[in-house]
Design a protein around this ligand. Sequence first.
Ligand code: ADP
Ligand code: MG
Length: 245
Amino acid sequence: MTDTPMIRMASVEKHFGDLHVLRNINLEVAPGQVVVVLGPSGSGKSTLCRTINRLEPIDSGTIEIDGKVLPEEGKALAALRADVGMVFQSFNLFAHKTILENVTLAPIKVRKMNKAEAEAKGMALLERVGIADQRDKYPAQLSGGQQQRVAIARALAMNPKVMLFDEPTSALDPEMVNEVLDVMTTLAKEGMTMLVVTHEMGFARRAADRVVFMANGEIVEDAPPDEFFTNPKSARAKDFLGKIL
Ligand code: ADP
Ligand code: MG
């Protein structure tokens, strides 16, 4: 089947205690699509990302990756989780591993790849994000932008079907934002399926097929970027855009 969505969320509900953080989320992302998620702080964007690879359990509804329902736990979940790469605001690299080790660790442990193969692949990925010359350094010796590019390479090393990005440039000094966005833009052009939470409106306009706008745990709008930015329909989106543009 060619029309199986890469990500499919249906009627997803999630509470933290009394707080209703995801309300009837219905979202499909086709293979190769890039969806940018926008919304005010606290609207549920990070929680949405975290449910997609089951870092957070959901209360009800279903989430499928490439047509497979996310199981609750166990080996099947580990395999499905490996299909979903995630890059966070804080780079979360292993501080006591070299850059190359950061990229080869999971393929060796989880994918059971042999070391030489993992290193060859790791080096190719470090080349791709422009950082191969840093292979023997430790994360703290790299700039924030470089660390985030390593984090992207590390996620790609697992051959994910989907890449989730949760505000990947928010913790970076301004002069380093573009080097990370450039890597993401290239990835998007190469056909990776991506869900990207970001406040970088330039990236959204340039790279997104769709913008999903969340407020108060709900998807309020889902439209192509041109349409969303020029003609937002809801008062909440108009208000949000008025504050950031
Ligand atoms: P966003 O990423 O859009 O800023 P989040 O998904 O981080 O929003 O948070 C949505 C709401 O859920 C917020 O009110 C936040 O305080 C709350 N929240 C997030 N994580 C937890 C948690 N682990 N326990 C309790 N409340 C949480
Ligand atoms: Mg967040």
